[in-house]
Design a protein around this ligand. Structure first.
Ligand code: FAQ
Length: 337
């Protein structure tokens, strides 16, 4: 039940996107290709190949799920934040993540899928979300580290998505990236404060960085050679930079930040390579990554059951909103009559 093999539900009888058609109409296909080649944007009303639509639904919905499941590890710390200021910042951040989920589900809906179906896929364990949110937040430094490293990795991956070929996704990403940038800074600042504190506080930061560093590198997805979707997604201008290139950019940007912070990144192979103009780094544990993606990470079960409970507990809000909308509509019709 908790595995995450993604599928936009395709069960017979349900209303979903068509399977990839054997042949797309040549004229429409040529127009679509020309738009992509000229770096134009595809909008919801435009014709697009089924495979392009399906890829976008897969990526955007996984992204939306990541944002809302991503609220949970930090949400655990709202009631235990060490000051009113930190609590206010954390509440704002967690709310922002919920908002990102909303923009992204809306962007996915423009492709002809329903939000209810996407949420069903998440809640039944069929849909993927980012591996990083299946790890626990053990102490307050984890919250700062998520801001610094997890949001930092998210921004690195998402800035190029502001130029994604699908209009609604690219526009949603502009606002998301502005907010993620605040998230990254607040996390880094919280850690800077802890690193000026007691030895115990410094040790907490180092411990959090030790636990999160490698998981953040894996967030960018499998190596390019093992990434089944990358080549086509890049051809279509959905992905603009490859998994490995983004991972490298993230490492290169983060090493100097770690120096300023005074923490050690837990990789003995991390060193500047003059010839490449980049940092070399050690082996990522891909078995551990896939084990987590496939439902067996430390918090997969807990995250999904919390998510399902939140959704069920919110049923009365959705019912009330619908009843209110119906009332408004009836009133408007009466007034117009
Ligand atoms: N976790 O061929 P590729 C955030 C799957 S938002 C789980 O390389 P693709 C905000 C992949 O889905 C973080 N699964 O796939 C925040 C595919 O499986 P499928 C999320 C992963 O799509 C911060 C298979 O592996 N960001 O953090 C992961 O071309 C703090 C093969 O991989 C986005 O979603 C993973 N890490 O590239 C919130 C950004 N990586 O579908 C709260 C948009 C790969 O065949 C607090 N997404 N897989 O069953 C993307 O850029 C891409 O989808 C990638 C994966 C790069 C994630």
């Amino acid at each position: 039940m908790y595995t995450q093999s993604f599928s936009v539900p395709d069960e017979p009888g349900q209303k979903h996107i068509k399977a990839v058609a054997p042949a797309e109409p040549a004229e429409l296909m040529a127009k679509f290709d020309a738009r992509i080649d000229s770096d134009g944007r595809i909008e919801p009303q435009d014709w697009m190949p089924d495979a392009y639509r399906k890829t976008l639904v897969r990526q955007i919905s996984q992204h939306a799920h990541s944002e809302i499941v991503g609220m949970l590890p930090e949400g655990n710390w709202i009631s235990r934040a060490p000051s009113l200021k930190r609590k206010a910042i954390l509440i704002a951040k967690v709310q922002d993540e919920g908002g990102h989920g909303q923009y992204l589900y809306s962007a996915a809906e423009t492709l002809g899928v329903s939000r209810a179906d996407l949420l069903d896929a998440l809640h039944s364990g069929k849909a993927k979300y980012s591996s990083i949110f299946n790890y626990p937040t053990l102490n307050w430094a984890d919250v700062g580290t998520i801001g610094w490293l997890v949001d930092g990795a998210a921004i690195m991956n998402q800035v190029p998505l502001c130029r994604c070929s699908y209009g609604p996704y690219s526009r949603a990403m502009i606002r998301v990236c502005k907010e993620e940038s605040f998230h990254q800074r607040q996390g880094y600042e919280a850690l800077l404060v802890m690193m000026k504190g007691t030895d115990e506080q410094k040790a907490m930061v180092q411990d959090a960085v030790n636990r999160y560093w490698w998981k953040c590198l894996a967030m960018f997805g499998p190596p390019d050679a093992d990434s089944p979707h990358s080549a086509q997604a890049m051809r279509w201008g959905i992905k603009r930079v490859s998994n490995d290139d983004l991972r490298q950019k993230f490492i290169d940007a983060t090493v100097p930040q770690a120096k300023v912070l005074g923490v050690t990144l837990p990789d003995p192979d991390l060193k500047w390579n003059e010839e490449r103009g980049h940092y070399d780094y050690g082996q990522i544990d891909w078995d551990e990554f896939w084990n987590t993606v496939n439902g067996n990470g430390p918090c997969n079960k807990e995250r999904l059951s919390t998510r399902v409970k939140a959704h069920n507990d919110g049923q009365w809000v959705r019912d009330a909103a619908l009843a209110h909308a119906r009332k408004q509509q009836q009133r408007a019709m009466k007034e117009a009559a």
